[in-house]
Design a protein around this ligand. Structure first.
Ligand code: E4P
Length: 218
């Protein structure tokens, strides 16, 4: 399973990259706003900076909601760097844009996916990634991980090449559950990735090793 970090924060992206396990980055307009990045030019510079750090797939989301606007924005984003993946909402216009980009060899991430039907359309249109939102479904008492598993089952049964990118991951357990569900990618907050390392027996075991070494070596 590939690991993407779900942030536009450059320090967090650098930290995740330095861990040596990072395969890419996903951003969205809310994450860009959280970093106070204003205006088209500043956004473009920020995406280029992210690509410079990561050298892996970087999802950059369009703001336009109409087909022509999505095509214009997506083409301009894709031209920034070969690692850019154009992120498009799972709407009728978005699916049309996914098809447009697929026909031209431009990679896409179809986002805001909350049902198997949406995932089916994204795959049929030729999306590179589909992003089911696990946490947001859990927030409304639905089962986000089950949706990931369902999409994986359908894609495998019908041989779709679209990769299932589990998004809206809120904590470390979600990562393990999406791994079990067969997700190709999990895009996670940095804290959730770091949570995978935590185990009290690792911490107490290391403390004991160091104490024993110090006792004998002074
Ligand atoms: C990533 O592609 C999504 O935009 C993101 O994971 C959404 O996460 P949230 O539900 O925590 O905002």
């Amino acid at each position: 399973m590939k690991f993407f970090v779900d942030t536009a924060n450059l320090d967090q992206i650098r930290e995740a990259h330095a861990m040596g396990v990072l395969d890419g980055v996903t951003t969205n307009p809310s994450l860009m706003a959280r970093e106070n990045i204003r205006g088209e030019e500043a956004c473009r510079r920020h995406y280029v900076e992210i690509c410079r750090i990561v050298q892996g797939d970087v999802s950059a989301e369009v703001i336009a909601t109409d087909f022509e606007g999505m095509v214009r924005e997506g083409e301009s984003l894709a031209a920034l760097d070969p690692h850019i993946v154009v992120k498009l909402p799972c709407t009728a216009e978005g699916i049309r844009a996914v098809r447009y980009f697929a026909d031209r060899g431009i990679r896409t991430n179809c986002t805001l996916v909350f049902s198997v039907g949406q995932a089916l359309l994204a795959a049929k249109a030729g999306a590179t990634y589909v992003s089911p939102f696990v946490g947001r479904l859990d927030d409304i008492s639905e089962d986000g991980v089950e949706l990931v598993a369902h999409i994986v089952r359908v894609y495998r049964a019908y041989g779709f090449k679209t990769q299932v990118l589990a998004a809206s991951i809120r904590h470390t357990r979600h990562i393990i559950q999406c791994l079990d569900a067969g997700a190709d990618v999990a895009t996670c907050p940095l804290a959730a990735i770091k949570g995978l390392l935590k185990h009290p027996l690792t911490e107490s075991g290391l403390a004991q090793f160091l104490a024993d070494h110090a006792r004998v070596n002074g």
